[in-house]
Ligand binder design. Structure first.
Ligand SMILES: Cc1ncc(COP(=O)(O)O)c(C=O)c1O
Length: 419
């Protein structure tokens, strides 16, 4: 059987999927493997217990048969859509109703829906998906159905002090993508934890308006939950902005639930898209999430459990990196408080992210090479000089594994530097 161009594109192994396969293979190899690569949230007992209790309440409620044993609306179960409306009206004063909300099986699927609706071949030529603030979530890279479907803008890189650095949006580089069909950005970002400052997000909104395209803002790590990376600017409603939210990083990645809020027109298009491809998101989890919002449980979980957990992890990792990484090495960590990751830049001519990945694997540690977060060809000047000199460590492993992993990373860096 011959596969279509789209089939070939969608089955090609992205870098990150290759790593997932590697991890699965390593599991059977024995030894103490330290996996510092996943986007999975940490397994926090209080979070597990909260969701378990809410699920129990849902499954024992009289509505269970109506939710689990029947198809539901493609926009999302009424009970959840109404809770989302109430929550965002109350929390941010947004003038929204059900027409502004669509619930889907995860933010990833909602990003795919939006990108398929607004990018790709069209009446005025090919319109790519643009990531305005690189580096950004590897999961975006596989979204477009066409090979040349994605482009990204390299940022400014600003060293800060001895051992820290930060990115800054290069708006002119974004503006060069005049043919864009949509912009997509995680804020706070995976991998850096950096939230777009007010001035940058205002500039991107203005650009979206000028180019008449959607700006999709993905709040997977930010406000209102799980709020595990500092995000001082509250999200704002605008006709060109579609906001994505997910329950995954608040502890429910396996249940596949997210939602989008935006202007009624694009949201209605996303509802139709979901109706065509998957009918709707699973309903038991929708009823459970509605419970969590209605009773304020998700806010309590966020404030009392998730935020302190990741802050403590980040502080622990920063201290370990500052103490353990070789003093003579020109390394820097992306600034920021909280977040689920540490994003490191090794500014040495001998350093390569893939060599680092392989060497770390020989020490039974998994991390993610930097290039997978940049929608740029690895031979481009920016990728060669910067992207391939970065890597990401996840904070979701238990403390002892995180510390041991950082120790092994330090050994690997010493070894690579000597070679
Ligand atoms: C920025 C970002 N957006 C979306 C997702 C996926 O979210 P969901 O599980 O809701 O599909 C992830 C998962 O790692 C992510 O890092």
């Amino acid at each position: 059987m011959k596969m279509s161009e789209r089939g070939r594109k969608m089955t090609s192994l992205s870098g990150i999927r290759g790593i997932m396969d590697d991890i699965a293979l390593a599991g059977s190899a024995g030894g103490r493997w330290l996996n510092l690569s996943p986007g999975n949230p940490a397994r926090i007992p209080e979070a597990v217990e909260t969701w378990r209790r809410l699920y129990r309440e849902t499954s024992q409620s009289p509505e269970f048969a109506e939710t689990a044993c029947r198809y539901g609306p493609s926009r999302g179960a009424d009970v959840l859509v109404q809770e989302i409306v109430r929550y965002f009206r109350g929390r941010y004063g947004w003038d929204v109703d059900a027409a502004n909300v669509v619930v889907g099986p995860g933010a990833q699927m909602l990003a795919f829906a939006a990108a398929t609706l607004f990018t790709g071949p069209g009446p005025d030529g090919f319109r790519p998906l643009v990531l305005p603030s690189l580096p950004d979530y590897t999961g975006y890279h596989g979204i477009p159905l066409e090979r040349a479907g994605i482009a990204g803008a390299a940022p400014y890189v600003e060293p800060q002090g001895e051992r820290r650095f930060a990115y800054r949006l290069d708006l002119e580089a974004v503006r060069e993508h005049r043919d864009m069909g949509m912009m997509l950005v995680s804020s706070p970002s995976n991998p850096t934890g950096r939230a777009l400052p007010a001035a940058e997000s205002t500039a991107l909104v203005a650009l979206a308006e000028e180019f008449d395209v959607p700006l999709v803002l993905d709040h997977a790590y930010g406000q209102p939950f799980p709020a595990i990376a500092a995000d001082p600017v509250a999200p704002v409603m605008h006709p060109n902005v579609i906001h994505l939210f997910t329950f995954s990083k608040a502890g429910l990645p396996g249940e596949r639930l997210g939602f989008a809020i935006g202007a009624a027109e694009p949201i209605s298009a996303m509802v139709s898209f979901l109706a065509n491809v998957c009918l709707h998101a699973p309903q038991t989890v929708q009823a459970t999430a509605a419970r969590a919002l209605a009773a304020g449980e998700l806010d309590i979980l966020t404030e009392k459990v998730l935020v302190p957990h990741y802050l403590a992890k980040r502080e622990l990792a920063e201290r370990a990196l500052d103490t353990l990484l070789p003093a003579g090495l020109n390394w820097r960590l992306h600034t920021g408080s909280g977040g689920m990751f540490c994003w490191l830049w090794i500014d040495e001519p001998w350093f390569g992210d893939l060599a680092m990945y392989e060497a770390a694997k020989r020490r039974q540690v998994f991390l993610v090479p930097g290039r997978h977060f940049f929608a740029l060809p690895p031979e481009s000047a920016f990728a060669a000089a910067h992207a391939t000199r970065c890597f990401r460590l996840s904070l979701s492993a238990p403390e002892d594994e995180l510390l041991e992993g950082i120790e092994r990373v330090a050994d690997v860096l010493r070894e690579l530097g000597r070679a």
